[in-house]
Design a protein around this ligand. Sequence first.
Ligand code: AMP
Length: 287
Amino acid sequence: MEVVKTIAELKKIVKKVKQDGKTIGLVPTMGYLHEGHMALATEARKENDFVIMSFFVNPTQFGPNEDYESYPRDLERDKKIAESVGVDVIFAPSVEEMYPTDGGIRIHAGRQATILCGASRPGHFDGVLQVVTKLFHLAEPTRAYFGQKDAQQAAIISTLVRDFNFPLEIRTVPIVREEDGLAKSSRNVYLSPAERKEAPAIYRGLKRAKEEYLLSKNAEKTIQVAKDYILSNTSGRIDYIELLSYPDLQQVDEKTDQFVLAAAVFIGKTRLIDNIIFTKEGETENV
Ligand code: AMP
């Protein structure tokens, strides 16, 4: 496995891989790897000849009062994990390497970014689209892998690929969870032991709410079930809980056949997100 830090080195490798007629799987991450990232890389390994994983804590997707500075970073640890899942190249650029100049040109995410995390984190998805566009141009992937953990992100990136005709396929990988149901996240390290104990109640609340929806088909009642459960089982503060169609992220109606029930909850100072995607028959595998 090679670790490259410059665009020039990455492009050289990509050129050679393309000349050999090989397929490329790209796994963009912010590093501090856990089993969720590993699942993405494992899927990329299965489906492509060559796997590139990027580690970049992208400043343009963080708001002014968010955790950009304190976001956990550990390249040495990440290298070992990436190697163990068969990554061929790690691309770990500096901020200066990725953004040497700022011409002020941005990709503005559309309607899908005005709700859920986009409403609480203004500009976040514009930053995501900026970095992902650069990574797509640099790594020239055949397929790019994203987690359902960030379901809204996966939906918006799929729209980017469709609207701008990127010649690649977006693959979405199901959420990897801790044994107690908490979605794996690099941010879980922020949780105190007491907060860590409470956090799985988010997923339990979503599961109860999903059952409610399958019985009553009542979106308001469904959201209330999740809110009540989470508020009575944690000391958390709810940022949002919503039930929308997936992947278009519209209000649900009788024609909706795939749903996302999504939550963002502050447990202490840590903002955790989670979701369940399910069909009107209640199936969850079909992302
Ligand atoms: P991050 O490093 O948090 O930006 O995540 C990089 C990629 O890993 C994103 O596509 C995430 O959706 C995905 N990811 C993060 N956590 C999980 C998880 N628990 N299960 C599956 N994918 C995940």
